[in-house]
Structures are given as C-alpha cells and as structure tokens.
Design a protein around this ligand. Structure first.
Ligand code: ATP
Ligand code: MG
Length: 129
C-alpha cells in the first residue's frame, strides 16, 4: 500500500518544522547560496498588512530546469544535496559544498505568505518556468 499525503501536509510540514519567519527566510537564502548565487535580493513591502504584504526573494544562482523542478522541487524530502555532500561534490562556480540536506527548507515559505509563486530558469533557457 502507498501513503497518500495530502497537499496540505506540505504546508503543515513547513509550519511545524521551520520554527519562525526569520528561519523561513534564512532557508531560502541558504538555497541561494547552494545555487552558487552572487547576490540574493530580499524585498519587502507592507509586510505588516496580511492582505497586501509582499516579500520577494530573488537570486542570480544557477536556477532549475524542468527536470530539477519535477524531480527535486516537487519531491518533498529529496536527498539531492545530501548525495552531493556525501560525494563531496561542490557547486560549479564557487565550489561550495551544499548546506541544505533535508529537502524541506522551501516549505518554510508558507510561514511567510498565503500565496506563493516560484519562478526559475537556467541561464541558457529563454523562458522562466
Ligand atoms: N534558489 C534556488 N535556486 C536553485 N535551486 C533551488 C533554489 N531553492 C531550492 N532549489 C532546489 O529545490 C530543492 C529543495 O529545496 P529545499 O530547501 O526544500 O531542500 P534542500 O535545500 O535540498 O534541503 P534543506 O531542507 O536542508 O534546506 C533544492 O535541493 C534545490 O535543488
Ligand atoms: Mg534548502
């Protein structure tokens, strides 16, 4: 028999495993570090207003192609980075060992907002996903 996790379980995971809003934000910046980013811009507007607040976290790292989105981003608990760490596989540009390991950090975004949008592309791709 297979487990049938509901999508809302992911929100609960994020909510319970990521302690607070600051840690949720740091999780996203850690992902930018792992993605070889030079810069991470964190933009906040009206964050005290639950209806009109906006937080944008944007990095210039290596991004994701469709396969990574499907096989890693869409797979809660993916061990993508743990495998790299075990093999001592470093990032292509800054030769960073990944700091991510559990494959859940991104679910912290649900602590930061009710409506989430993720946009990404690899450098060589023309269109954003
Ligand atoms: N800013 C980003 N740029 C490129 N890929 C990203 C970015 N953020 C997330 N990803 C991809 O999504 C995956 C899931 O991110 P998530 O933070 O949930 O897990 P993780 O970093 O692997 O482990 P941890 O739970 O310890 O943070 C990452 O392994 C990475 O492949
Ligand atoms: Mg992470």
């Amino acid at each position: 028999m297979k487990f049938k996790p509901r999508a809302r379980l992911l929100l609960q995971l994020g909510d319970q495993l990521i302690k607070n809003e600051s840690i949720a934000l740091v999780e996203l910046v850690k992902n930018s570090y792992d993605a070889d980013a030079n810069h991470v811009d964190v933009y906040m507007e009206n964050v005290d207003d639950p209806h009109n607040g906006v937080i944008i976290i944007e990095d210039d790292g290596f991004g994701m192609d469709a396969t990574t989105v499907e096989d890693v981003w869409m797979e809660p608990g993916s061990d993508f980075k743990t495998e790299k760490f075990i093999k001592r596989e470093v990032s292509p540009k800054f030769e960073r060992l990944p700091i991510g390991e559990k494959g859940i950090g991104r679910f912290g975004v649900h602590k930061l907002g009710n409506q989430i949008e993720m946009t990404t592309k690899k450098k060589e791709q023309k269109k954003f996903m």
